[in-house]
Design a protein around this ligand. Sequence first.
Ligand SMILES: CC(C)(COP(=O)(O)OP(=O)(O)OC[C@H]1O[C@@H](n2cnc3c(N)ncnc32)[C@H](O)[C@@H]1OP(=O)(O)O)[C@@H](O)C(=O)NCCC(=O)NCCS
Length: 150
Amino acid sequence: MIEIIPMNEENYTLAAAIEAECFSDRPWTIEQFFDELTLDFSRTFVAYSGSHAAGFVNMWLTPPMAVINNIAVRENFRRQKIASSLIEKALSECGECSSLTLEVRASNAPAIALYEKFGFSKVGERKNFYESPRENAFIMTKFMKKGGEV
Ligand SMILES: CC(C)(COP(=O)(O)OP(=O)(O)OC[C@H]1O[C@@H](n2cnc3c(N)ncnc32)[C@H](O)[C@@H]1OP(=O)(O)O)[C@@H](O)C(=O)NCCC(=O)NCCS
């Protein structure tokens, strides 16, 4: 059973721990996760599998566009549709936004497959966007009617 809840002052350190586990390139710090709680355009959701914090998504809503800054699922909890549930939640938050955009490492086949499944497509590329290791980013966008509809 997967439950998605807004990040709060009780669980933001868990989201930061998942970030540190999953990303090698300048992972956001605990302080950055706390700061996200104070930004009115920011939304972060934590996915629980039973009592375990298993993943999170962070997004910014800046109509008419929205961006996903980060999404990650702990290794032991992958391939259980947790990221899918987080993307569905992010889409349901889009409100007035008509596009949802993110960046992804060009070699990150699992994430690209996930995004394509949800109707994101490649709209651009940033050269050497990532470090550790250095790599290009694909920019992927899903265009929507208002409210996250396809
Ligand atoms: C990418 C990531 C978030 C996917 O999380 P997840 O919870 O395992 O994804 P889901 O179970 O919801 O997968 C949904 C679909 O995505 C695709 N997918 C996910 N992982 C995949 C993999 N390892 N290989 C191929 N396709 C994959 C599949 O189409 C999958 O559907 P299926 O299981 O029916 O085949 C997870 O692997 C992760 O956290 N990776 C490290 C952090 C990261 O790269 N984040 C993205 C940054 S842009």
